[in-house]
Write a protein that binds this ligand. Structure first.
Ligand SMILES: Cc1ncc(COP(=O)(O)O)c(C=O)c1O
Length: 429
């Protein structure tokens, strides 16, 4: 009996090791993932993991938080500095939990909120069966221009004036282009709504000044994950600008005790380190991410693959939306790519009805960029995808060439390496 469970524990550890070996040999292209720096990762198995801290620094319910408090205060200071804002809360343990905190603080059951629709790339937390629905709010979708993969400004102004939402929410999971916040600002003021931006996908691009800066474009509250284009721990964050004291208190109370008890102190420490690293590297990293995404978009398009929005250079972010209906659809293509060790996900694109059998795939380049890949590697990645998705070559054969490409890109870049700066791949070889 004892041996049986001992074996199971070792078995689990072996699975994780096998997964890690697999991902080392792969091209991970899920748009919501990234690699942490070695120093930030070290925090995840520190003693902080084993501890509890409830409430705000210096006002805790438990003892033992002397160092935790100092780190959390530094985390708040760095977050406000990097994102140039007056309010931060680093306790939400994920992007969805941060979204729940905003809903608890600013929306009551029965209130009306405006947001994008799932088929236009919105996150599941805005759905009727997600956090929005569970909070009991009514959500009204913005009119969307599918050609440009963005909100239709004139039609949206009309909707905002008609439904007068309490909160206007923005942000997507297939986030190709910045929503037209500046153009809508006057309408927000006329309606008197709070403006909320879910930056889960683009937080690192905002930090690196390569996307819009929502907090300078009329947004009051920004929620996000800290592990997508922002290369930190699996965690969440709340940022705010022009909030009054009452609004800040509401958000803090929503974070604790609303949606957390203790928060994840190890992740908070890792976030602090990533924020400091991003003060140094964010701009260079985010610029290369966007350059790579556009390079991959045009290489795939030249190979005849249906990347959306060629007239807009495909994307202004890390993400590409690709129509593969001619090549058996997103479900088949994403599975075949997985067998070739190119990891991405099937995704709905405008016009799709089914999330389980959609026409598209979503590709993200933030992780490949993080290990030092640039435009020339993006062309090789496009060819590998083409061989699997269009030419239908055996994924096993393609996997060998995936490894040929990947084997020189296994080190995390744009972060600190024990006393040295390491933002360029070549500097480390
Ligand atoms: C727009 C958006 N918001 C929130 C989330 C949720 O993030 P988390 O997984 O950190 O809860 C995601 C996840 O991908 C997302 O795309």
């Amino acid at each position: 009996m004892t041996d049986e469970y001992k074996d199971e524990a070792y078995w689990v550890r072996d699975q994780v090791k096998a997964h890690t070996r697999w991902f080392n040999q792969s091209l991970p292209m899920i748009a919501s993932e990234n690699l942490m720096s070695p120093m930030a990762k070290e925090m995840m198995i520190s003693d902080f993991h084993d501890r509890y801290a409830e409430g705000l620094p210096k006002k805790r319910y438990y003892e033992g938080n002397i160092y935790v408090d100092e780190v959390e205060l530094k985390c708040l200071e760095l977050a406000k500095k990097l994102f140039r804002c007056s309010f931060a809360d680093v306790r939400p343990i994920s992007g969805t939990v941060a979204n729940m905190a905003v809903l608890f603080a600013f929306a009551k059951p029965g209130d009306t909120l405006t947001t994008c629709a799932l088929a236009q790339g919105a996150h599941i937390s805005t759905a009727k069966f997600g956090a929005f629905g569970l909070r009991g709010v009514n959500s009204v979708n913005y009119p969307f221009n599918v050609e440009d993969m963005n909100i239709d400004v004139d039609a949206t102004k009309k909707v905002l004036m008609e439904v007068k939402p309490k909160v206007a929410q923005f942000g997507l999971s297939v986030f190709l282009f910045p929503p037209p916040l500046k153009e809508l600002q006057e309408t927000f003021q006329e309606v008197g709504c709070t403006v909320w931006y879910d930056a889960a996908h683009v937080l690192g691009l905002i930090a690196g000044k390569q996307f819009q800066d929502p907090l300078r474009e009329g947004v009051n509250i920004l929620s996000a994950s800290t592990h997508k284009t922002f290369p930190g721990p699996n965690h969440g964050i709340l940022l705010g600008e022009n909030l009054d004291e009452d609004q800040e208190k509401k958000l803090q109370r929503a974070a604790f005790p609303g949606v957390t008890s203790s928060h994840h102190l190890h992740a908070m420490a890792a976030l602090s380190i990533t924020l400091a690293e991003e003060m140094i590297f964010a701009e260079r990293y985010a610029k290369q991410v966007v350059d790579n995404a556009q390079a991959l978009g045009s290489a795939l398009y030249e190979l005849g693959i249906g990347v959306l929005c060629p007239h807009l250079n495909f994307t202004q972010s890390h993400t590409l939306a690709v129509d593969v209906r001619e090549h058996e659809g997103g479900r088949v293509v994403s599975k075949d790519l997985e067998a070739a060790n190119i990891i991405c996900n099937k995704n709905m694109i405008p016009g799709d009805q089914s999330a389980v059998n959609p026409s598209g795939i979503r590709l993200g380049v933030q992780e490949l960029t993080r290990v030092g890949m640039r435009e020339s590697e993006m062309r090789q990645v496009a060819e590998l995808i083409h061989r699997v998705a269009v030419k239908k070559e055996s994924p096993k054969d393609v996997a060998k060439d995936v490894w040929e490409l990947k084997k020189d890109f296994t080190k995390v870049m744009y972060c600190l390496h024990e006393g040295t700066e390491a933002y360029e791949y070549k500097e480390l070889v």
